[in-house]
Design a binder for this molecule. Structure first.
Ligand code: GDP
Length: 458
């Protein structure tokens, strides 16, 4: 393995734009030799003599062969994203050109960037903290305007500043308590317990608000996993098609043909509902279908919302109420939908009206807007505005919970007259979890884990 230092000194290269044909592609280099390496293959101005933040036209060559006509943008350290010398080569967007250019840059001393390595370097050089770096990835992956705004807020500082301030106050107390420990047997108290208690309560109040915001933040970032369930032939595939307006799922007259779980997404009112079609819950003898049914049960347990379809052309009120009992036991919010309302008798519909059903016809597209309103009403999120602080990241959420627990132990210990060394230990724990959010405290594993989820070129 390479040492962290030489590895950080390498000049890295990657395609920064999407793979495939496009009008223009951008290849990005970063590292001490980024400009020097580019100069070796560039014919035009002497790049190293040019000022930062300038763009230069010329040809990129492999020996005598011209690969393409390009524009080269220069960013000199420390005034670049990574704070290293950086170059962006804009070439024509052909995969062949991109491959040839990267190949010739590798030949002259660059190495291929790892996933997220540009952002990792920016973080390690102190451009932003870890929570902000993670927000860069969230911003790129944002699928709704709400998700974009939440990521942008986090990238622009979000709760990082606040967390660091609270952390510093805690560090102050931790050091006073540790000082007490140095005095051993002597009965000294540098850290006023009442002040510490007050500080912890203030921090906990702030933490709790952040922790609670995750309910919304998670929905905004990850969407709502929504299962469409019901007996075979109830019309699940038809409904999915109607909702998505496309023919992704197989619709057929033979019960049990939607064997696989098909996932699709629909954005409603700024929320991404991830619809999961299922194989139905009929007891089955067919082994392959049985796997599908098992998967459906698993999926249902993971769902945040179940849209449950009853076939009004077949079911009796007793059957429906019996089926609903099973549904209730899952303890997950659900919407009861009576499908095939076109085949139901008016008396039957009237009877069911008492039981809070939404009546639709999936195939005739009757009452679909009403159903969409019901779906949306079950997950109201408010529009995210600039400056709103929202926890959207599971890692941050878990660390906030752990910090809060450690602080609670400090409070409990003080109430029970526990000695300073135990207080100090729990405060250190709290500091550790808080520090991991913004990256004041990191390990190689933590960083690898975070940045490996980025794409190459980011
Ligand atoms: P799934 O097994 O629950 O996925 O059911 P499908 O979506 O494959 O539908 C089963 C059958 O019911 C198909 O023949 C559909 O055309 C039909 N169907 C679905 N929705 C309706 C509806 O609202 N009215 C009527 N009359 N038939 C429907």
């Amino acid at each position: 393995m390479h040492s962290q230092l030489s590895y950080m000194n390498d000049t890295i290269v990657a395609l920064a734009t999407a793979q495939g044909l496009s009008a223009i592609a951008v290849i990005r280099l970063s590292g001490e030799d980024a400009i020097a390496i580019t100069q070796k293959v560039f014919s035009g101005r002497n790049l190293e003599a040019q000022p930062s933040h300038t763009v230069h036209f010329g040809t990129l060559r492999d020996g005598d062969k011209i690969i393409d006509e390009v524009l080269v943008s220069l960013f000199k350290a420390p005034n670049s994203f990574t704070k290293e010398n950086s170059v962006e080569i804009s070439c024509h967007g052909s995969p062949v050109i991109v491959k040839e250019i990267i190949k010739v840059l590798l030949k002259h001393g660059a190495r291929l960037a790892e996933a997220g390595e540009f952002t990792k370097r920016a973080f390690l050089h102190g451009r932003f903290d870890l929570a902000q770096a993670e927000a860069v990835a969230d911003l790129i992956n944002a699928e709704t305007d709400n998700a974009r705004q939440a990521a942008l807020n986090q990238m622009r500082g979000g709760f990082s500043r606040e967390i660091n301030t609270l952390r510093e106050e805690l560090i102050h107390f931790a050091s006073l308590i540790e000082l007490e420990l140095d005095f051993g047997e002597e009965d000294v108290e540098f850290a006023k317990r009442d002040d510490l208690r007050e500080l912890i309560k203030r921090i906990q109040k702030y933490l709790r608000a952040l922790i609670e915001s995750f309910d919304q933040g998670n929905v905004i970032k990850n969407g709502v996993p929504t299962v469409i369930a019901g007996k075979p032939n109830a019309g699940k595939s038809t409904l999915l098609n109607t909702l998505l307006n496309e023919d992704k799922a197989i619709v057929s007259d033979i019960p049990g043909t939607t064997r696989d779980v098909i996932e699709d997404e629909m954005i409603l009112g700024g929320i991404n509902f991830r619809f999961i079609d299922t194989a139905g819950l009929r007891e089955t003898q067919d082994v392959i279908e049985a796997i599908g049914v098992e998967r459906t049960r698993e999926r249902m347990k993971k769902a945040s919302l179940i849209i449950y379809l009853f076939d009004l052309s077949l079911a009796t009120i007793e059957e429906i109420l019996h089926e609903e009992q099973g549904l209730q036991q899952l303890g997950i919010p659900y919407i009861k939908v009576g499908n095939k309302v076109d085949r139901a008798t008016p008396a039957f519909v009237e009877e069911l009206q008492k039981h809070n059903f939404t009546f639709i016809s999936a195939s005739n597209k009757t009452n679909i807007t009403e159903l969409k309103d019901k779906i949306l009403a079950s997950f109201q999120v408010k529009t995210v505005k600039a400056g709103d602080v929202l926890v959207t990241n599971l890692r941050h959420y878990q660390n906030l919970l752990q910090t809060n627990e450690a602080l609670q132990r400090v409070l409990d210990s003080m109430d029970n007259g526990v000695t300073g060394d135990f207080l100090a230990m729990d405060i250190r724990q709290a500091l550790h979890y808080l520090g991991e959010i913004t990256g004041t405290i990191t390990t190689d594993d933590l960083l690898d884990n975070i940045f490996s989820k980025f794409c190459i070129g980011k």
